[in-house]
Ligand binder design. Structure first.
Ligand SMILES: [Zn+2]
Ligand SMILES: [Zn+2]
Length: 110
């Protein structure tokens, strides 16, 4: 079913670092045909680390102290956002100032 792309079952070329490594250098994966991940362990770890760093910056605000207001686009402290328990980070997307304005505008339209 699968085309062999220049590697055999003992060695595999990592498309990221372009090195041919032994399959032992790849994490197990149940998704690929040779049961190994596409990228070698080194590259996978690096990608995981980058992902974690990115997550720290842009992920759920539970682990952040700041977030960018969806209205005024200003990076503000978490305390500046109204609490909303149905949100994943327990805070609204708008800062308190913008939220007050938003609610006011909404009421004015009614
Ligand atoms: Zn690699
Ligand atoms: Zn705002």
């Amino acid at each position: 079913m699968f085309l062999r792309q220049g590697w055999n079952d003992v060695e595999k070329k990592c498309p990221k670092c372009k090195e041919i490594k032994s399959l032992d250098d790849y994490h197990n994966s149940s998704y690929t045909y040779n049961k190994r991940q596409v990228y070698c362990k080194v590259c996978t770890n690096l990608a995981d680390k980058n992902k974690r760093d990115k997550y720290k910056k842009n992920g759920p605000t539970i682990i952040r102290t700041n977030k960018v207001c969806g209205k005024c686009n200003v990076d503000k402290k978490m305390e500046e956002f109204p609490i909303s328990r149905d949100k994943p980070d327990w805070r609204l997307a708008y800062c308190k100032k913008c939220w007050t304005e938003y609610v006011k505008a909404k009421k004015a339209n009614l």
